[in-house]
Unconditional design. Structure first.
Length: 351
């Protein structure tokens, strides 16, 4: 892999024109006050900002700007800082660009049964902005104002634009699954997988696309992806994802419930009655319902943790075997179980 070392170094960019963020013409400009940053993080933040300037990701701003956003700082496990733009007000005024993105379940179904895998993770900052759009992405910091020269993923149009450009560049290569930053290369055997991987790396090299070296997985037999583990024979819940659900504190707001349901619904294919169990929580998300945590919600919350802690392993579908479909109607929903006839293994569970 030495001949491809350059695709893991430096900051690349997608080919094409500079991206333009289009906003509504009647928009009123807004300056957000800077958020307070703990004194203990100042030194590391200043170092991170200087590194971003050297890489060309951000530039200092000294002239008057109509839009100034807030900054969110998260400390990573390795001690370094991750900087997020917080363009809540700006996002409301951006004209959306809609692009069809594959549902995660569709991607997982295409991975099932594959023999060999490789994974690549694209670097951030691959979409350069034009001058006006960069100024829209200005933010406050304790060390002055800076503007992003590359499209931050926090901008509401960024996911669609990133997926579209990624799909245009790599989407025609059979055996490549794309979901935002992640590229999963699959094959029926090692030779096929390696051939596809080299084609991806060649195209990245030709187009100045860069990947994260620490996230590169060359030859793996199972994929850890979006809360699931996928291999040629089975699909099961990622233990770390299950552990994260079990460690969640009791919800205290509607946003907390949305977060919990987002994590649980993704694993609902492993449990046939998740929809019925979560019904007392989903009721609280209705607009005319005030958030009140009662015994019914507490019972639902504890039952969710119990169910998720014992998720089964799902077998990959084999169309040469006959299957059995079992259905049942409950008070709060319905249950469907699809399994191989005569074999004690589930293919799919739904509610």
């Amino acid at each position: 892999m030495d001949q491809y070392s350059e695709v893991f170094k430096g900051l690349g960019e997608f080919p094409g024109k500079l991206y333009y963020i289009e906003i509504k013409s009647e928009v009123k400009h807004l300056i957000n006050a800077p958020r307070r940053v703990p004194q203990s993080l100042h030194k590391e933040l200043e170092k991170t900002l200087n590194e971003f300037v050297q890489l060309g990701i951000v530039f200092p701003v000294n002239n008057p700007i109509d839009w100034v956003n807030s900054l969110i700082i998260v400390k990573k496990p390795n001690g370094k800082l991750r900087i997020f733009l917080y363009p809540r007000n700006l996002n409301k005024e951006i004209k959306r660009v809609h692009y069809v993105i594959s549902y995660v379940g569709e991607i997982i179904s295409r991975l099932e049964g594959k023999q060999c895998f490789s994974m690549l993770d694209l670097k951030e900052g691959l979409i350069p902005l034009d001058k006006d759009s960069a100024e829209l992405c200005t933010y406050n910091s304790p060390f002055g104002r800076y503007k992003f020269n590359r499209l931050p993923f926090d901008i509401c149009t960024a996911p669609e634009i990133f997926q579209k450009k990624n799909q245009k560049l790599f989407g025609d290569i059979e055996g490549v699954e794309i979901y935002f930053y992640d590229l999963i290369i699959t094959g029926k055997n090692k030779e096929e997988r390696d051939k596809i991987l080299l084609e991806v790396l060649d195209r990245a090299k030709e187009n100045n696309i860069k990947f994260k070296p620490n996230k590169f997985q060359l030859r793996i037999k199972e994929v850890k992806y979006m809360g699931l583990l996928v291999s040629k024979d089975w699909v099961k819940a990622d233990p770390s994802h299950v552990r994260a659900i079990n460690e969640l504190e009791k919800p205290t707001s509607k946003n907390d419930i949305k977060r919990l349901l987002g994590m649980v619904n993704f694993l609902s294919k492993f449990k046939p009655n998740v929809s019925a169990v979560t019904s007392p929580l989903r009721v609280l998300l209705k607009k005319d319902i005030e958030f009140q945590w009662n015994h019914e919600q507490e019972t639902s919350f504890e039952e969710i943790k119990r169910l998720i802690s014992s998720t089964p392993v799902l077998k990959v579908f084999n169309d040469s075997l006959s299957i059995t479909i079992q259905c049942d109607i409950l008070k709060m929903g319905w249950v469907l179980v699809c399994c191989k006839r005569g074999i004690l293994s589930h293919l799919h569970l739904g509610a």
